[in-house]
Design a protein around this ligand. Structure first.
Ligand code: SF4
Length: 221
């Protein structure tokens, strides 16, 4: 199965989806967004990264910044902060360049490495898009964390690939239904920029947003 371009979802949404399905739906289905300190820092990092030359060539490396990527099979599109092409005998052919090149997507993050796989899933999804675009295999992706100034290499495993495919498939199903799932409030809610919009304390009581609105409408004089 392939998706048409008008059905594409934003690839970067997978990190929201992995953090909390409801957060993803609030942002990507209901178009709700609210900055907090963490999201604002992330935005600054990406502006800094994309404010650079599009292509840099150094020795055996060619770095392309802000590269558009997509996957017809997963129905997603987005942008790689950087893709590093390195000369390699078993690499791919690049239009207008001599020789063969290996492919490494690099995603920049403001914080530090996390226990959860949300960043690794985004990096894996980028690698899978590049595989589809260049008809090649990308077994590794990288995450660069500004807080620790460190690069983490992500092995693009079958397990991560399956989670990426399953997540995008669920995201498409929710998006098509226009449905924002309810989830159990957790510790994550304290770090969530949408906490006020999501009303997790109401969900805890089993009360829906509609119940809340009706109740408060009735309170009106
Ligand atoms: S407040 Fe909690 S349940 Fe609501 S979107 Fe954020 S993380 Fe998810």
């Amino acid at each position: 199965m392939t998706y048409g371009e008008n059905e594409y979802l934003l690839l970067s949404g997978i990190q929201h989806f992995s953090f909390c399905r409801r957060q993803w739906a609030l942002i990507h289905i209901e178009n709700q967004w609210k900055e907090n300190a963490l999201t604002a820092e992330g935005k600054v990092v990406h502006e800094r990264v994309h404010d650079k030359t599009q292509t840099e060539s150094r020795g055996d490396e060619l770095t392309v910044r802000g590269m558009p990527i997509k996957s017809e099979s997963m129905g997603v599109s987005g942008e790689c902060d950087a893709v590093v092409f390195t000369r390699s005998d078993d690499g791919i052919v690049l239009h207008g360049r001599k020789g063969k090149w290996s492919v490494l997507p690099v995603e920049y993050k403001h914080g530090k490495t996390k226990i959860s796989d949300c960043d690794r899933l985004q990096a894996t999804a980028q690698a899978m898009c590049l595989e589809e675009m260049y008809c090649c295999r990308v077994d590794r992706a990288a995450l660069f964390y500004f807080e620790t100034r460190s690069r983490e290499y992500v092995a693009v495993t079958e397990e991560l690939r399956e989670t990426v495919k399953r997540s995008f498939s669920e995201m498409h199903a929710l998006f098509d239904r226009g449905y924002t799932p309810k989830v159990k409030p957790s510790d994550k809610c304290r770090r969530c920029s949408l906490c006020d919009l999501c009303l997790p304390s109401l969900m805890k009581k089993g009360e829906t947003a509609t119940d809340y609105i009706l109740e408060h409408l009735e309170d009106e004089p």
